[in-house]
Design a binder for this molecule. Structure first.
Ligand code: KMH
Ligand code: ZN
Length: 303
């Protein structure tokens, strides 16, 4: 039997805004409910951000995260993964506050600084519910999503070495895989390594099948066999490229953080709907989905 496929679900993120979909969860209770339903549908890892419950603005408030995590834990045993990417408008200290306080099993770790182009989305919407939304997107023309070597090292030391956190290593381009290999060689990053190939963010690698192959062959060359990979593709590329990742022996991430649709022209009503859809693909391809405990074993999480 082949190894089970890990489905990660990223339930809200900090990219999409409330105007874009009425189904995007905003309050801690909504975010937790979406996460619980996604876990019950087959997501083993839940990737979490928080938002201000009144406005929907991405928030780093640890108390919001605390409420989200404790609600989810009442109903599922899913692996909870707190984003350290936060949003490109937060300082590093803000981005790390919740993970420091709540000590999750996993956190995301972004493997390089980059332009992160959200502004093209402005053109698709006219009636904004909140005036912060177009300003937030437009600001990404001039804000760098900063993840310096110093930032990466402090996350690896403070969360990795000191708290035993394992990472979803977000690689938006092939160069980021070289950085992963560097820290592995240095001993700051320990295997098993979990790479998240991120395709389709403007400023990063483009969403094409050849680019998944390029990232995988680069990872094979630099990391040998001591790594697992997953594919996250933005927008309409989510399902086709996620499927390709599974075909290539990898894992897959879905969720409204990365794509608001369930099919062309149709908004996803929930995160769980996206999980059910990719789970069907995984199973039709002859695989089964990993349970949270299998992920704990596979990635050697602290549990
Ligand atoms: N929003 C994704 C493209 C993070 O939270 O650390 C990348 C992400 C970053 O999930
Ligand atoms: Zn995220």
């Amino acid at each position: 039997m082949s190894k089970p496929v890990i489905i990660t679900c990223a339930v809200t993120g900090s990219i999409h805004t409330p105007t874009m979909s009425p189904h995007l969860p905003v309050t801690p209770q909504d975010i937790a409910r979406h996460a619980i339903d996604a876990a019950k549908a087959g997501a083993a890892i839940i990737h979490l951000h928080a938002r201000d419950p009144q406005t929907g603005i991405p928030s780093a408030d640890p108390e919001l995260f605390r409420e989200i995590l404790s609600t989810i834990r009442k109903e599922t045993h899913a692996v909870l993964n707190i984003s350290t990417g936060g949003s490109s408008r937060m300082t590093l200290d803000q981005r790390l506050a919740a993970a420091h306080l709540l000590k999750p099993e996993m956190c995301s770790l972004n493997m390089g600084s980059m332009n992160f182009g959200l502004f093209p989305m402005i053109d698709r919407y006219t009636n904004w519910r909140h005036d912060w939304e177009p300003k937030f997107l437009e600001a990404t023309r001039n804000i760098v999503f900063q993840n310096t070597f110093g930032d990466i090292e402090s996350i690896l030391r403070d969360l990795g070495e000191q708290q035993g956190v394992r990472f979803e290593l977000e690689c938006y381009d092939v160069g980021h895989i070289q950085t992963v290999a560097f820290y592995k060689k240095q001993g700051l990053l320990k295997g098993p390594i979990f790479l998240q190939f991120v395709l389709g963010v403007l400023g990063g690698i483009d969403p094409a099948p050849e680019q998944i192959m390029h990232m995988k062959t680069t990872a094979d060359r630099l990391l040998g066999d001591d790594y697992h990979f997953s594919v996250l593709a933005a927008g309409r590329h989510q399902f086709p490229l996620g499927t390709m990742g599974v075909i290539l022996g990898g894992n897959v991430r879905v969720g409204l953080e990365d794509n608001l649709m369930i099919e062309r022209g149709k908004l996803a009503m929930s995160n769980a709907d996206q999980v059910r859809k990719i789970r069907k693909v995984v199973e039709e391809l002859g695989h089964r989905v990993a349970t949270p405990d299998e992920v704990r074993t596979l990635l050697q999480l602290k549990g």
